[in-house]
Design a protein around this ligand. Structure first.
Ligand SMILES: *[C@@H]1O[C@H](CO)[C@@H](O)[C@H](O)[C@H]1NC(C)=O
Ligand SMILES: *[C@@H]1O[C@H](CO)[C@@H](O)[C@H](O)[C@H]1NC(C)=O
Ligand SMILES: *[C@@H]1O[C@H](CO)[C@@H](O)[C@H](O)[C@H]1NC(C)=O
Length: 309
């Protein structure tokens, strides 16, 4: 291999100004089962969620099923997400799977530095007991927004800070990406750098007819497992929208969300694969009609379907 994560990380460490520490070798740990939900950081009117808003959402989610005590966020710093949500998690006994944006790194923006700094500040304020795991990047490879080499070094950078510097070796770090990115051999260095493989798969975005969606999802899981070796799989996102346009043969509706949950959602709960549904609540503040309507509940927290299995 022309590129080594270890040597690139060593070079990056010398240039860095924030907390850096040598990471633990990537492991194949056993992440305990959870059934969680992805959550955005904005309220329906666009305002940022406060600590009380996060507490109210966490309590709503637990009221659906006491098994639900884990959520996943997309950014540490946007909307002061961790500064507000980490205390809410500590108070309610929830765990947060934390997303960090790896870029853009263009002059003056330094997004990754801001994201890492917000994670560092949250750990200094609230410890690591609320941390379920970490993904550096969310579909960043899929969108061609970064290179595998850069992303692998950032994963190691965060591993070093959380696992070594803050002495939390059980908090796993990886990146969340589509199954198509995991089966792409050009991304092998990212698999090497990751503790776990966080896979997103949406039969809706593959244009699947609802009755084919379960099989399409199972195929994504099987293809990813075949590509990543023995590393543990965590499902980062799957779900079905209830409004917006059709995509190929995929039709958004409450009835189809119900079908997809009773098939794939219940498969995941039954087989005890750690997973995050996309998403917890509708997000009227998003721009696309589809993205607004992916919640299992409305933005005013009314659940749309029966989620018993
Ligand atoms: C989301 O909310 C912000 C702040 O209120 C507003 O500026 C923005 O236009 C909203 N976006 C959409 C798509 O409604
Ligand atoms: C990323 O690049 C590949 C190869 O050039 C291309 O096929 C793919 O459509 C791009 N992905 C996106 C989301 O633009
Ligand atoms: C495969 O991954 C590489 C590196 O991330 C990327 O440049 C390329 O566009 C990907 N191929 C496809 C077909 O998306």
């Amino acid at each position: 291999m022309k590129f080594s994560v270890a040597s690139a990380f060593a070079a990056a460490m010398m240039a860095a100004d924030a907390v850096t520490a040598a990471p633990l070798e990537p492991r194949a740990p056993n992440v305990a089962y959870f059934s969680g939900f992805n959550l955005g950081a904005n309220k329906a009117n666009g305002d940022c969620k406060s600590t009380q808003d996060w507490i109210d959402e966490f309590n709503t989610i637990r009221s659906w099923n006491p098994e639900f005590t884990t959520v996943k966020l997309f950014s540490t710093s946007d909307c002061s997400a961790l500064a507000n949500a980490a205390p809410a998690a500590t108070q309610t006994g929830f765990k947060i799977w934390v997303g960090l944006w790896p870029g853009p790194e263009a002059a003056g923006q330094g997004k990754f530095g801001q994201e890492k700094g917000a994670l560092e500040a949250a750990i200094e304020a609230d410890g690591t007991g609320w941390l379920a795991g970490i993904n550096v990047g969310s579909e960043s490879l899929y969108r061609n927004e970064t290179s595998p080499d850069t992303l692998a070094v950032q994963i190691w950078d965060v591993k070093g800070m959380v696992q070594s510097h803050f002495n939390a070796p059980d908090v796993v770090v990886g990146t969340a990406d589509t199954w198509t990115s995991w089966v792409n051999a050009s991304n092998a260095i990212v698999i090497q750098a990751s503790d776990v493989i966080i896979m997103n798969a949406f039969p809706y975005w593959q244009g699947a007819q609802i009755d084919a969606a379960r099989g399409v999802f199972q195929e994504a899981v099987a293809n990813t497992k075949a590509a990543v070796g023995e590393k543990q799989l965590v499902i980062g996102e799957t779900g079905w929208p209830t409004g917006g346009p059709d995509f190929g043969d995929a039709h958004p509706s409450v009835e189809n969300l119900q079908k997809f949950y009773k098939s794939t959602g219940c498969d995941l709960r039954g087989s005890k694969i750690p997973h995050f549904w996309f998403s917890g609540f509708d997000e009227p503040n998003k721009t696309s009609d589809i993205e607004k309507n992916f919640g299992i509940a409305t933005s005013d927290r009314n659940i749309k379907i029966d989620i018993t299995c």
